[in-house]
Design a protein around this ligand. Structure first.
Ligand SMILES: [Zn+2]
Ligand SMILES: [Zn+2]
Length: 322
């Protein structure tokens, strides 16, 4: 894609009615009185395919492995993690940079391939998380609801299944995003079909690689997607439980180097809750933030623009608590 073609579209999110600072400032609401935590009923009908996807990882015992299948697994993990962290999180949830309508849709489709529902659903829940972090109103607080619920239980709750468009009025105006949100399984199924086709083609035309359609499906889709899910979910669960607190946020978010490496920068979660309006989550040079580095390169070639810088308080030593 040529940069010139995207420049004129760089205002795809300019119709926004929600100021990102509103999301940032809403952290203060975390102290509001909240009702006691109540666990919602599980919607087993909707969640069983997702559980089956994870169970199918066990087929690896039968299909075996090959270098090409493992490489595809890792590559799809990294690329789709970037889609989740850069677009679902830093763009759709926090609007920390601008993108044209084509890049906006491409980023949404990439992230949708991670089987974490659609962009509007993801962003709507995440904005609520920042408003009510670690209170009973936070759908996935390990402190309010327990580890297992914060990690995976909450997405299976019937109450959390609909997309609350009132949380994302700025992006709900785009019909292509609402379509992607409505048919959120289309992209994952397309990816699975492509992987099965790739595996079959390699088995036919390059048998020396030792792969097959099923092997590519198990490694490229089931294992890669399961690892991707648990790494992403660990930011909801573990990143509010273990790690180091550096900033005096009203929630219990923590910084973790290990989680930051696994999630391309999201592990600096205490940093993020301190300044959710900046595109960066690693504030110091040694706080590795791969998604930010990639977004910066994308801004150099004109694919995205207006990366929101860190406010002064992001580096104010006087405010540090750790
Ligand atoms: Zn959080
Ligand atoms: Zn966030």
């Amino acid at each position: 894609m040529q940069p010139a073609a995207t420049n004129e579209l760089h205002d795809a999110s300019s119709t926004a009615t929600l100021d990102p600072d509103e999301v940032e400032g809403a952290v203060a609401d975390a102290t509001m009185p909240a009702p006691p935590a109540v666990r919602e009923p599980i919607d087993w009908l909707r969640i069983w395919p997702f559980l089956l996807l994870q169970a199918l990882c066990g087929l690896v015992v039968w299909v075996g492995w090959s270098p090409v299948a493992v490489i595809v697994c890792i590559a799809l993990y990294v690329v789709r993690m970037f889609g989740i962290t850069a677009f679902y999180h830093r763009y759709f949830s926090h609007r920390t940079f601008r993108a044209g309508r084509i890049v906006q849709f491409a980023g949404a489709a990439l992230a949708a391939s991670a089987v974490q529902r659609g962009p509007l659903w993801w962003a709507a829940h995440h904005r609520k998380h920042h408003r009510h972090s670690d209170t009973a109103l936070d759908a996935h607080s390990p402190h309010a609801h327990g580890f297992l619920w914060s990690h995976i239980g909450w997405i299976a709750a019937r109450k959390n299944h609909p997309t609350d468009l009132s949380q994302v009025p700025d992006f709900a105006v785009f019909p292509e995003l609402r379509w992607l949100d409505r048919f959120d399984l289309l992209v994952p199924f397309a990816l699975l079909g492509a992987l099965l086709g790739l595996g079959a083609a390699l088995e036919q035309w390059a048998p020396e690689l030792g792969t097959s359609a099923l092997q590519m499906g198990v490694w490229g889709f089931c294992i890669s997607t399961t690892l991707l899910f648990h790494a992403t979910a660990s930011i909801n669960s573990l990143a509010h439980l273990i790690g180091r607190r550096v900033w005096p946020t009203k929630d219990k978010s923590k910084n973790s180097f290990v989680l930051a490496v696994l999630t391309l920068g999201e592990g600096w979660h205490n940093n993020h809750h301190w300044c959710p309006g900046t595109v960066r989550q690693g504030f110091r040079w040694w706080e590795i933030d791969i998604s930010f580095y990639v977004l910066r390169v994308m801004s150099w070639v004109g694919l995205v623009s207006d990366l929101r810088p860190m406010p002064a308080r992001a580096l104010a030593n006087s405010r540090r608590v750790g």
